[in-house]
Design a protein around this ligand. Structure first.
Ligand SMILES: [Zn+2]
Length: 281
């Protein structure tokens, strides 16, 4: 599933293509025919990303809400659109540009109160200036749930996905299973600052890079990571490979129904970190 930075890039792209223009809407597949008919002819005022949700705000107050989910995809181009191929849920066109949406989890029209309700359900989005990290920490600090699951919970932090959460926990030296209530205020400040920085960089570059300069391939004399998403990471999808920092083999386990990855040396359990109950061998 795309992480928040991808939705921000799409919002900016759609704004550049369509803002201030009268947009014609259709649903070649038919599943959004009614919504497209209501939308068609409206002028796009602005676009907005909130977590993994994309909003197009049109004159008259209605908003188009899209959540791509696992399979949703946009395609766009200049000039005349091609004949629709596959299940095109929504097609937007102007004289200059076209945009197709296929396979989203959500594609619907929302009224202003419904937009507010959607945003009220979502947690603090590190990419938004109006985000409230204190509110997120208030949820985290009283929860026994593993940090890994809390940071993926879109009602706590919005826009984060597996890569950002996995890598931020590595950079904070925290094991994914660490209960939320064991996270100190300093620990949270570090995690939040990292999310703001890493996600902001990803919006600019279009890929997720989470390693410090000293751990880049050229600095370490190692081969770059081979992955279709690109980008250099510490632990995500690196099970059984050596940690870039300490050489220990990266581990993987199922946690909250998702794949979690960590370095057992760089991310000790709270117990071993405090040194109170370390077992003698
Ligand atoms: Zn390590």
């Amino acid at each position: 599933m795309p992480e928040g930075h991808t939705i921000y890039r799409l919002a900016a792209r759609h704004q550049a293509m369509f803002a201030g223009e009268k947009v014609l809407a259709s649903s070649p597949q038919g599943r959004f025919a009614e919504g497209a008919a209501l939308l068609s002819g409206a002028v796009l005022d602005r676009t907005e990303a909130y977590g993994k949700h994309l909003l197009h705000h049109y004159d008259g107050g209605q908003a188009l809400h899209v959540h791509l989910g696992l399979y949703g995809k946009f395609a766009d181009g200049d000039g005349e659109p091609p004949a629709p191929v596959g299940q095109v849920r929504l097609r937007l066109t102007t004289d200059l540009h076209w945009l197709d949406l296929r396979g989203p989890t959500a594609c619907e029209l929302l009224s202003p109160p419904e937009v507010e309700a959607l945003q009220a359900r979502l947690g603090a989005d590190p990419l938004r200036a109006d985000a409230d990290p204190d509110e997120a920490y208030a949820r985290i600090r009283r929860s026994p749930t593993p940090l890994f699951a809390l940071l993926l919970d879109q009602s706590v932090v919005a826009g984060t996905g597996l890569i950002f959460v996995t890598e931020t926990l590595f950079r904070a030296g925290l094991r994914p299973t660490t209960p939320g209530r064991e996270l100190s205020p300093e620990g949270w400040r570090k995690i939040w600052a990292d999310l703001v920085e890493l996600m902001g960089t990803a919006v600019r570059t279009g890929q997720i890079d989470t390693v410090y300069d000293r751990h880049l391939p050229e600095a370490m004399g190692r081969s770059p990571r081979v992955d279709r998403h690109g980008g250099e990471v510490y632990v995500y999808r690196r099970a059984a490979q050596p940690c870039h920092v300490c050489g220990t083999e990266i581990l993987r386990a199922d946690l909250a129904g998702r794949n979690s990855y960590w370095c057992p040396t760089c991310q000790p359990t709270p117990r071993t970190r405090s040194g109170l109950k370390r077992k003698k061998r």
